[in-house]
Design a protein around this ligand. Structure first.
Ligand code: SME
Length: 149
C-alpha cells in the first residue's frame, strides 16, 4: 500500500485511543500487513533497564534483550535509528527468525525519555531505503503522539 495512505490510516486508527498496548498492537498489525517485504514488525519496551517484547506481528521472538546487545539494544544505546542491510554482518545480531536478512530499528523517544524501539525485519537483504526509514520514523512519531506511556 502507498506509504502516505498508510500513515493517514495509522493516524485515524490511533487518534481515538491512548492506551499504549492497544495502539502498539494496531501499529504492528497495520505495518506488517500494509508494508510488503516484512517478516516481523513490532515493539520492545524498556523496563527496569532492559528491553522486553511488546506487541508484534510475525513469528514468536526472543523476550528480553539487554541494552547494547543486538540491533535493538544498540538502537537504545545510541538513541538513533539503526539500519542493518545484512544482519549476518552485524556483530551480536540476535536471530529470532532465521528468515530475517535485514533489519530497521527505530528508538521510541518521548520528551527526551527513551521508552523502547520499533523493530522491523525483512527476509530480503538491503531492503530498507532512506525513504522507508523516514516512513517508519514518522509512524513511530504518530504512535508516540497518540499514547499515554
Ligand atoms: N534481531 C533483533 C532481535 C529482535 S527480532 O528481530 C524480532 C536484534 O538483533 O536486536
Amino acid at each position: 500500500m502507498d506509504k502516505n495512505t498508510l500513515l493517514s490510516q495509522l493516524e485515524a486508527l490511533l487518534s481515538a485511543e491512548t492506551d499504549p498496548v492497544a495502539n502498539m498492537a494496531n501499529t504492528a498489525a497495520l505495518l506488517y500487513h500494509g508494508v510488503t517485504g516484512l517478516n516481523w514488525a513490532g515493539f520492545y519496551l524498556l523496563k527496569e533497564g532492559g528491553l522486553v517484547l511488546g506487541p508484534f506481528q510475525g513469528k514468536p521472538a526472543c523476550v528480553r534483550i539487554c541494552v547494547g546487545r543486538g540491533v535493538c539494544g544498540t538502537a537504545v544505546q545510541l538513541r538513533k535509528t539503526v539500519c542493518v542491510p545484512d544482519v549476518h554482518l552485524f556483530p551480536g545480531h540476535i536471530a529470532c527468525d532465521s528468515a530475517s536478512q535485514s533489519e530497521l530499528v527505530i528508538p521510541l523517544i518521548k520528551n527526551g525519555v527513551i521508552l523502547g524501539v520499533l523493530d522491523m525485519d525483512s527476509p530480503h537483504k538491503n531492503y530498507f531505503s532512506q525513504e522507508d526509514r523516514a516512513f517508519f520514523e514518522k509512524a513511530a512519531e504518530i504512535l508516540l503522539k497518540n499514547c499515554c506511556f
